[in-house]
Design a protein around this ligand. Sequence first.
Ligand SMILES: NC(=O)c1ccc[n+]([C@@H]2O[C@H](COP(=O)([O-])OP(=O)(O)OC[C@H]3O[C@@H](n4cnc5c(N)ncnc54)[C@H](O)[C@@H]3O)[C@@H](O)[C@H]2O)c1
Length: 445
Amino acid sequence: MNHPQKPQSPAYSRRSFLQTTSTLMGAAAIGGLSIERSAHAAGDDTLKLALIGCGGRGSGAADQALSTKFNIKLIAMADAFPDHLNSSLQGLKAKHKDKVAVSEDNKFLGFDAYKNAIALADVVILATPPGFRPIHFEEAVRQGKNIFMEKPVAIDAVGIRRVLAAAEAAKAKNLKIGVGLQRRHQPPYIETIKRLHDGQIGDIVAMRCYWNGATPWVHPREELQKQYGRELTEMEYQMRNWYYFNWLCGDHINEQHIHNLDVINWVKNGYPVSANGMGGVQVRKGKDYGEIFDHHAVEYEYADGSRCASQCRHQVNTWNSVSEAVVGTKGSCQVDRYTIRGENAWRYKSDDEKINPYQQEHDDLWAAIVNNTPYSEAERGAKSTMTSIMGRMATYSGKIVTWEEAMNSKLNLMPDTFTWDTIPKVLPGPDGMYPCAIPGKTVAL
Ligand SMILES: NC(=O)c1ccc[n+]([C@@H]2O[C@H](COP(=O)([O-])OP(=O)(O)OC[C@H]3O[C@@H](n4cnc5c(N)ncnc54)[C@H](O)[C@@H]3O)[C@@H](O)[C@H]2O)c1
């Protein structure tokens, strides 16, 4: 089965902002000329945006980019599926009529769509399922574009290494890179963690973080076949249920819990040296739920010997908590409530608490692009993603996994090719059930 593809557009012949900006970067370095002034000097101050992955978050991120104070136009979109692209385009047009100018020729579909959309833009949003992120990030850096990419930035260590290498190349090209770990842009988190770094609770000796919630969307095969009136290839089925397959999602410890693990890494100013944990599929059983676990509990150890107890759970009718807390030698802090207890007791109080972090992260990134100030979140985004992947390696294997082992893992979960007829590496058994990891048996890294 094949989805209709647009003919390749002569995108590469268009003016590339980054070709201009790399010249201008030289000028900026010499003469202090900002991109904004340079762009004016070039006679065109509109920044061209392309959206790659037009689902919920990609559409949200494009909305936020277009809601900044800068002169931005969405001019290209790419998605695996036409229905996703079109409904995203409709929504964005309804909200930003004058800032959305995506011609039919600039709508790209399928697995190679990203290349064409990237070529047309000055800045790209990468918001597909995270399995594709290393490929798309690498290409956007190769083409010299500024980038906002959603978290997580990979699903295995092979992908992480690609992202880290591309991040270095991006720095050398003076590209601005934002990663969707929006708590890093939230004023109350920033102030709370600054206080922790200033020693307000002394040395931080114990941490915990949770993402315990309900279960996300699922699209049963029969429902999809009814909806589209045809059989789906296994590839299309998995793509439409990307959450439940590790090559696309990396399990929910990677997809959601990364936010909380990133906060702990931020508090600790570092990354864990090892992890051990347990998890499994206890409640969310059945052929609709792919191969991921419904719970993980991981203990991470940091270089100073302090430990972080992490939990993430997808089980309905259970206790929910999305939170981070830490204990120090002089007090404690409920980080997600911006509250310190102990001799320096304190609570964040400001209207800034209401600032939308999804908007703020775009305000910050686009200001850096326009003003040509350094902006590089790729390395820390990759290392926090690696933290969650290391947790999955620990729960799947049932063994202690060190950072070094995790980072050097050769396990490559991605398919070798991407077509609608590609056979993914994980397939259902005769009963329709996908194999899940078995601690003690599964090779998880
Ligand atoms: N920062 C946050 O708080 C936050 C919140 C939600 C989602 N996210 C992240 O955003 C990303 C997307 O999540 P979502 O909820 O928008 O998912 P989604 O399923 O709504 O959207 C993903 C889109 O990508 C498209 N796609 C898949 N493979 C593609 C490919 N190879 N090329 C082009 N398009 C492709 C899909 O068809 C879909 O339209 C994930 O990494 C997720 O973790 C972040």
